[in-house]
Design a binder for this molecule. Sequence first.
Ligand code: MG
Ligand code: MG
Length: 239
Amino acid sequence: MADAGRKLAEVFLRLRDGEVAPGVRTIDLDRKIESWIKGMGCVPSFKGYHGFPASACISINEEVVHGIPGNRRIEEGDIVGIDIGLIIPEGWHSDSAETFLVGEVDSEVQELCRTTQAGLQAGIEAAVAGNRIADIGRAVEAKAREKGFGVVEQLVGHGIGTSLHEDPQVPNFESMTMPNPKLEVGMVIAIEPMFNLGTKEIITLPDEWTVVTADGKPSAHYEHTVAITADGPRILTAR
Ligand code: MG
Ligand code: MG
C-alpha cells in the first residue's frame, strides 16, 4: 500500500508543476492524469466505479466532490479540488485529494483551504492505535468550528485496501450513530475532510455525480491514505 501511495503522490507532484492553470479544460487534466497512472503500470480506480466516466473527480469552487471532467475551463481565482485513486498491479489501492488555488484567490477562500488542510492534519494526528474512529472526526471538526466553516456530513472517509471503499466509515465529525471501532495497527484509512465556506448542506446535481454546496459558496477537500502503525500514523500519499 505504501507503493500505491507513493505512485499517487507522484501524480499530484506532476499536477503541482503548473498543470492546474487558467484556460485548462478539466477533461484535458483528466486525460493527463489517466496517462500518468497507466504509464506507471497502474489502473485509475475511479474510472467505471459505479459508472463514473473519468479517472479523476475534478470539482471547482461550489462543487464539493465528484465533479465530472469536461469542457469547463479553469479560471483565475478558482479553487479546483482534484480527487484521484489508483490500483497497483499487486491489487492495492490508494486515494488522495488536494484543492489547488489558481492565481489570486479570495482571502476567505484561502482561509477555507488552509483550515481544511489543518483539519486533515489534525485527523491524521488522531489516527493512533488505541484511539477510536470518533477521535479522528472530533479532531477534524474542531478545526472547522474554530473558523465557523460547515463540515460536510453526508460524505465521509473510509477504510481502503484491496477495495477503494472498505469499512470503517471515517466521518469528519463526531458521529453518535456510526460504528466507532478502535483503531488497530495495520489498518489503513482514507481521511478526507470537506469544509464549506457557508452551510454544511449539500445537493447532488442532476448528472447524479456532482455534489455542490446548497448555498453555492465554495468548498475545499483534502485527502490522504493513512496507515496506522506501531510508530503512529504514516501518510502513504505524502507528497
Ligand atoms: Mg478520494
Ligand atoms: Mg476517499
